[in-house]
Design a protein around this ligand. Structure first.
Ligand SMILES: [Zn+2]
Length: 322
């Protein structure tokens, strides 16, 4: 009997070593930012929906691509909603469907049951309030010529190690603010912040004085796939991983747009605490500020709410919200 256990122990040590060895080659792909433009580095980018398995672990792949010559998949953990870029060669994948994955937390996040208490509206669809206590801080990086408000992030980081924050980044902002983006990545690397990257479209269309129904992504001629994928490619080429969340510019979308974003396996992210509009956070609120230099009033309000104890704490990661 004792020999059996010794053999079992030896077998487990051996298999753990093999698994570790494989992880060396098959762990999440790390992409280093380079000066080369995203289109030259991230090629053959395509939406997919596949169930992938490696060493008994299942993930859902939502994109396939080739980065610097290596085929990769963008995967989602169907339970935690955590995304990661993986080497395609390490996973066995087969096409799946929304119906087949309907019982996963991911699909329930994408397609929550209709809430009769919420009127159908153009503005602020999707997830607007999170589960449980605390608050979910989100910052929109709409295109801006102004500098990133770095002091806001310093104050956020003072809340504790790895303070969670979701940044909805537009491709046009990222193109113009490589140094600011690198600065944010450094905050992550040092453990000051834990950033989740949401997609805020590429061009973020907006024309002053146009009604919402003909503005933002509802403008004629907008190519929604391009808005989604080019932003994701930029995030990837800069060494980060897109999350499953999409924030509509202006928080404006109609039913058709919502459906098209969901068909790309992204979850629309609204907010019930846009501070500069006078909305006050309560437990579970998704708080919205603009750290792109365009809305300093919202950042001042954020600071005051934190200092006076009116901000629900703790600050929580957005993947916990649905
Ligand atoms: Zn915006």
């Amino acid at each position: 009997m004792k020999r059996f256990f010794v053999l079992l122990l030896w077998a487990c040590v051996a298999c753990a070593a093999t698994a570790r060895g494989e992880d060396g080659l098959c762990g999440p792909a790390e992409i280093r930012p380079k000066p080369a433009a995203a289109p030259a580095r991230v090629r053959d980018y395509a939406p997919v929906f596949e169930l992938c398995v490696k060493d008994g672990v299942s993930r859902l792949a939502i994109r396939r691509m080739n980065v610097d010559g290596t085929p990769l998949i963008l995967t989602v953990d169907p339970q935690s909603l955590q995304t990661s870029l993986e080497r395609a060669a390490c996973w066995r994948c087969a096409e799946t469907s929304d119906a087949a994955q309907a019982e996963t937390r991911y699909l329930k996040t994408l397609r929550p049951p209709p809430d009769p208490a919420r009127p159908a509206a153009l503005v602020n669809a999707g997830l607007i309030h999170g589960a449980g206590a605390g608050a979910f801080v989100t910052g929109d990086l709409c295109p801006s010529r102004k500098r990133l408000d770095r002091s806001f992030f310093e104050k956020l980081a003072a809340q504790g190690p790895r303070t969670p924050v979701t940044l909805a980044v537009s491709g046009a902002w990222l193109q113009r603010h490589r140094a600011d983006f690198a600065w944010l990545r450094e905050k992550e690397r040092t453990g000051a912040l834990a950033i989740v990257w949401a997609n805020h479209s590429y061009t973020h269309p907006y024309v002053a004085r146009l009604p919402d129904s003909r503005n933002y992504l509802m403008r004629r001629g907008v190519d929604l796939d391009r808005e989604i994928f080019e932003t994701e490619k930029l995030i990837i080429a800069q060494g980060e991983t897109p999350s499953v969340f999409f924030r509509f510019p202006g928080l404006v979308a109609d039913a058709e747009l919502l459906e098209r974003v969901r068909s790309r396996h992204l979850a629309p992210l609204g907010a019930d605490g846009w501070l500069a509009l006078g909305l006050r956070p309560r437990p579970g609120s998704i708080v919205l500020v603009h750290p792109n230099g365009n809305e300093p009033a919202g950042l001042r309000l954020f600071q005051r709410l934190v200092e006076t104890g009116a901000m629900p704490l703790p600050l929580r990661p957005i993947n916990d919200a649905p």
